[in-house]
Design a protein around this ligand. Sequence first.
Ligand code: NAP
Length: 354
Amino acid sequence: MEKIIIIGSGPAAWTAAIYAARASLSPLVIEGAVTQENQMKGTLPMGQLSQTMEVENFPGFPPADLTAFIDSAIPKSRKDLMMPHNPNDKHIQGPQLVELIRAQAVHFGTRVVSDDAAEVDFSDTRTDKNRVLKLIGSGGNVYETKTVIIATGASAKYLELDSVNRFKNKGVSACAVCDGALPRYRNKPLAVIGGGDSAVEEAEYLAKFASVVYIVHRRNQLRASKIVAKRAEDNPKIKIQWNRIPKEIIGNDTDGVTGIVLGSTAGEADVPLYVSGVFMAIGHNPNTEFLQGKVALKPNGFIERPVPFRTNTSVQGVFAAGDVADDYYRQAISAAGSGCMAALDAERYLAALE
Ligand code: NAP
């Protein structure tokens, strides 16, 4: 019987593990498995951060010569799984950052299994210290525990086009705050796909660096709230392409993205739009499929946390941290912060049971 199991392997999960391990709770992390299915779904271990390039906004990692630090902190066996560190890189890369957080968790005694939590059984109705929560791995392994922290993250939705996959990280991104300030996008025309609050916020953020930002929206009215939509319309660097939908991303191996072929949802002819970057803002899918009917979810599928400023879920002893319960901030640092909170909540819950 475990005291605490953490499901996930992004910054929320590993931060929860650091805190739980330092509280002598000997956490077990179910970090996910490397499978083709997970690859297709965008849910490989180590989370969205491992799909990001330079990370400039995580406190404690200013531009610096990081080579020696990374070499000393990440075991060779794990480093070999990553792209080799380029000594000219001055910024921490997403995969390196999440490996460092993992190494910190392991250093304090976190145990890790490469498995997916495929199913949960939270049906034990006891409320005392004998209550058992069960997790069933994709290979059938059963894990029993007193508390669970769910930190399985969310996956950005991408348009389902072959050319989108070809140019991911070469001009196609789903995170303006993560990638927008990279040299590749500076003073260049960029496009944001979508018409919700995220699309407008991403466009506003990108407008600080770009020469112009086109919002490409499939209807003639933004979904974004009125006040947010007005900001887009008033920003001289943001131009909205109404009733348009990308049919193909165009580019080459040297320059990455060079443009988009825009189709029309209003019967107009296709037109090219010349841009150096395409940012998806068509929503995120929380990785909560395995929780359907077991934990209360919001209508958009994210985990509901009923108590303000706490990480409790609808199920006693089950806590949620990171993007799986956050449809608003979605940053590595806010995920890490909520991982810390979840570990403290779980620790206090366990102490109260005793
Ligand atoms: P969203 O509101 O679901 O908007 C997604 C947008 O993408 C919609 O405009 C949708 O078009 C478009 N879209 C979806 N699938 C598409 C496809 N296959 N091809 C082309 N376009 C597609 O998502 P969000 O903007 O990420 O916001 C999520 C939630 O977070 C919302 O509740 C939002 O209010 C909230 N949020 C709030 C703030 C804030 O208040 N500051 C900031 C960010 C997010 P249609 O409009 O035609 O459906």
